[in-house]
Write a protein that binds this ligand. Sequence first.
Ligand code: MTE
Length: 330
Amino acid sequence: MVIRRKRSWELPQSAVTSEATYLARRSLLKAMGLGGGALMAGASLGHPGIAGADTMEDPSAALYPAQHNDAYTPGDGRTLTDFDKATRYNNFYEFGTDKSIWRDAQKGLKTRPWQVEIAGEVDKPLTLDIDDLLKKMPLEERVYRHRCVEAWSMCVPWTGFQLSHLVELAKPLSSAKFVKMTTFNDPEMGPGLRQFWYPWPYVEGLTMAEATNELTFMVTGLYGKPLPAQNGAPLRLATPWKYGFKSIKSIVKFEFVSKQPMNFWQELQAQEYGFWANVNPDVPHPRWSQAQERDLQTGDSIPTRIYNGYGDTVASLYSGLNLPDTVLFR
Ligand code: MTE
């Protein structure tokens, strides 16, 4: 007999206060035969205008909303972060360094046509159009917590697919030990890319074991509709047990490599940011504590949990590495 152990981050849907409301609205719309199109218009969900105009033209719109996966529901009675808050308080340095870049991202980022390159140590390198890639991938919706290294956090329903499916498609060779991901690097779209003191393009990396972990999610949508530009359309990463800077946005390239890649923040400030970036309240950032986080929705200061509460699923990835905490958690 298989006994399925409930993991620490799996709590009943009812524990996530406003998610229930979100899902109830969604089923109601579905029952009314309105489906994704009505959600896109946003009015019924109270998402005023934002992302409405640009996502209306998104050719992937019919894929939303995707099936919700109940297995990924955060614990701690966390309240869902409102759509408006999650889409108007962003980090996307390609568009500027303040949190209010959403309008500039929506104006500047052209998400079609969008090519995704799969390169490096793979059987056959290939380049795919984003819409062809989306059709090949099993889209689903998961609610994840997101903890930024700046000590704020949110909790939102992402739509996307496990990175493991893209790894399967890529057929990496045994020499591939890491996946390196790269963001677009066109200053016509993202004027922040002209700030020459940053080590552009934005790059991130994962080990193959991390990339194929069940939690590692390629995000294509948010709140049951295509991802708004400011959140990293058309394709961004979510690794909820790591600090948010690992969640690279607007990816154009997946490269399978044999050496650990340097990421953007590490390149910029290696004493403060590392490759692993696993969340740990006991390892402070050199300039501030990581013990607490500010919930974007409620404004409350809440205790941060090791691996952001996802340790049951990911701690084993690191148990044999014998790395000091300041390396594993920074
Ligand atoms: N990806 C790119 N390309 N550029 C960025 O500036 N910022 C990172 C990450 N991904 C960033 C990026 C940081 S620091 C965080 S916290 C998250 O995106 C923020 O995601 P959100 O704006 O959707 O909350």
